[in-house]
Design a protein. Sequence first.
Length: 257
Amino acid sequence: MTAWRWLRGAVCALVGLYLLAPLLVVLVISFSSGAFLRFPPPGLSLQWYRNLVADPAWLDSLAVSLQVLLPAALIATALGTAAALALVRGKIRGAAFLAAFLLSPLVVPGVITAAGLFLAFRLLGWNGTLAGLVIGHVVLTVPYVVATVGAALRVMDPALERAAAGLGAPPWMTFRRVTLPLLAPAVASSLLFAMVLSFDELMVSLFNGSATLRTVPVQMWSNLRGDFDPTIAAIAALCFLVALTALAAEALLRRRG
């Protein structure tokens, strides 16, 4: 039994190393003193991080990502939480069909969703606008909120809500005083997850952005298709650290919940 435990731990460690090795390579290259992507680097330097801060293209793309990320994550969290409450607690006919419809962006390839949004936004005149990007990111992130909050609702005892209603609390007060506090860790996790997904989204931003409205992933894509230097490794390292921080915060929220 002990040998099996050691073997399982070794296999898990090797799989984890295999998955993290490319990220570690990128992290090391981001501190390279060379002019090209090279591993191992000839020396260590912060020049590519300085270049990242000094380049207006990267700063503009970061500003656009933040302008899209914040409203998209907040709207997706609000809509997804409301949808999860309706599907799990509400007595709706065809709830299974509605749930499948809301979760469909999880299984539909991202390029298909991006192309569909592009055609719809072209008719509405939303292509190349900030509002169009926000709506596109909301479409992609709502399913994750519905899945996360819905799972938390299914394990939450509905007797607590019935007890509040039995004591005379109206539905809104029951939600505000009982349901929402119990769901707070799941809602906060959904918000963080939606922010990370929105920040990393490429296809919708690529199809529905413009030359002056580029998110960070679109700017990275543009640089990779042309002549690029280790600046791309620096921004990739920063994106990895942001995602890691968000996941750590999400794990802490779940543990407290």
